[in-house]
Design a protein around this ligand. Structure first.
Ligand code: ZN
Ligand code: ZN
Length: 274
């Protein structure tokens, strides 16, 4: 059966951590028969760039990115649905959220992924924890940030990689388990459903044993609670990762009961069968 392939979370060299040119990313996506390809470059307005470890996280050139991406979108018209989007890094600071809103209003991205990459003004990758810190302390803080992000001041469509913090915690058992954190996880999932947002199924797990972020247990719980809107994202930062683990991910999603993914485009939610 000829299914529509989607990949709604990708980066290129317009993002500080992207490795392939946008042109090459799109050419590869086209070769791979992707029907809906989402470009979601990083927009991080909350980092304290005076911290030496954050200095390399140079901000995106908004003007240049949107200009180039819109041109490429036109080039692919009729061949591949290119969605020119943004991944907004959520920050509790109102100033940072206002900047996201300004960018949104100025450039009108086709869709937005809202992601929590850190707390305070830094990224989880750079946080060092005291040896006495407990899993509950670290994860509770994360849940609070994600819960707050759902009420961000700017519009968004997809809740990015829920569980992302697990990649960076100093615990042997990194699992964000329903047994330990069921209440907080349920609260977040219910809010996503209530607000009619799309929960991302992100294939970049950074070497963790689970297949996706969030993992199958949380996706199953989301389904039980009535959540049906999900989005597949490779989170590719280079051509070779576009569509990574999609087959296995779709098999897992089908086993849970999902029958489609939802592609957000200019406020519309398009159902694509899996
Ligand atoms: Zn992200
Ligand atoms: Zn990303």
């Amino acid at each position: 059966m000829n299914k529509f392939l989607t990949d709604m979370h990708t980066h290129s060299t317009y993002s500080f951590d992207g490795e392939s040119d946008l042109k090459d990313m799109l050419a590869t996506a086209y070769e791979k028969n992707i029907a809906f390809y989402g470009i979601s470059e990083h927009f991080e307005y909350g980092y304290d760039l005076s911290l030496p470890e954050l200095a390399s996280l140079k901000p995106i050139d908004e003007e240049e990115y949107f200009h180039a991406a819109r041109h490429l979108q036109e080039d692919y018209q009729g061949c591949m649905n290119v969605c020119v989007g943004a991944e907004f890094g959520y920050n509790d600071e109102e100033e940072a959220q206002k900047r996201c809103l300004e960018t949104y209003e100025k450039y009108r991205p086709d869709y937005v992924i809202n992601s929590v990459h850190g707390v305070d003004k830094t990224d989880f990758a750079f946080i060092t924890y005291p040896p006495t810190v407990t899993r509950a302390e670290v994860y509770d803080r994360y849940f609070k940030a994600v819960r707050n992000s759902l009420n961000a001041l700017y519009p968004y469509d997809i809740v990015g990689h829920f569980g992302y913090i697990c990649r960076y915690v100093p615990f042997e058992d990194k699992k964000m388990s329903l047994e330990l954190f069921g209440e907080q996880i349920d609260d977040i999932l219910k809010k996503i459903i209530e607000k009619d947002k799309i929960l991302e199924v992100n294939a970049a797990t950074g070497g963790m044993p689970q297949q996706t972020l969030p993992d199958a247990d949380i996706l199953r719980r989301y389904y039980q609670l009535g959540g049906r809107k999900i989005s597949y994202g490779s989170d590719a930062h280079l051509t070779g990762r576009i569509g990574q683990k999609r087959e296995e991910t779709v098999a897992m999603l089908k086993e849970i009961g999902f029958t489609y993914v939802t592609v957000p485009f200019r406020g519309e939610h398009i159902k694509v069968e899996i």
